[in-house]
Design a protein around this ligand. Structure first.
Ligand code: ZN
Length: 130
């Protein structure tokens, strides 16, 4: 994905100015400051194929050993439905979202409530309930 492309999270920013700066900069300290920003950047990582970022932002207690993305799934839109906690001074956060996709010509929606924890000043994805 080009940094001048529209960001997949549909923030209205370019990929490079939005989620892309985390995908390319997380190892040198560019980390989302809230659970919701992390959620958006992880959605964009699925769309952009940023597997290393998905693993890095996954809490070690629930992180899979490896992650293979289904390249037949095209992520088309993210709707954040509800956010609880997840701010810079919270320890935990919850984000409910609907992710719209196309797969084999069919449209679908993945609706999930994701839980996030903050450790050492960094938000991590913990788990999600479909
Ligand atoms: Zn974005």
């Amino acid at each position: 994905m080009d940094s001048e492309d529209r960001c997949p999270c549909l923030s209205g920013e370019t990929y490079g100015a939005c989620c892309g700066r985390f995908h390319s900069g997380y190892a040198s300290g560019a980390w989302p400051g809230t659970a919701q920003v992390l959620m958006r950047s992880r959605y964009s990582a699925f769309a952009a194929g940023a597997v290393d970022y998905l693993l890095a932002t996954w809490h070690p207690s629930t992180r899979p050993v490896e992650l293979v993305l289904d390249t037949d799934t095209v992520w088309r839109r993210l709707d954040i439905l509800r956010t609880q906690g997840g701010g810079p001074f919270d320890e935990r956060g919850m984000v409910e979202f609907a992710a719209h996709y196309r797969h084999d010509g069919e449209s679908g929606v993945q609706r999930e409530t994701s839980r996030f924890v903050r450790e050492d000043g960094r938000w991590y994805y913990l788990d999600g309930e479909l």
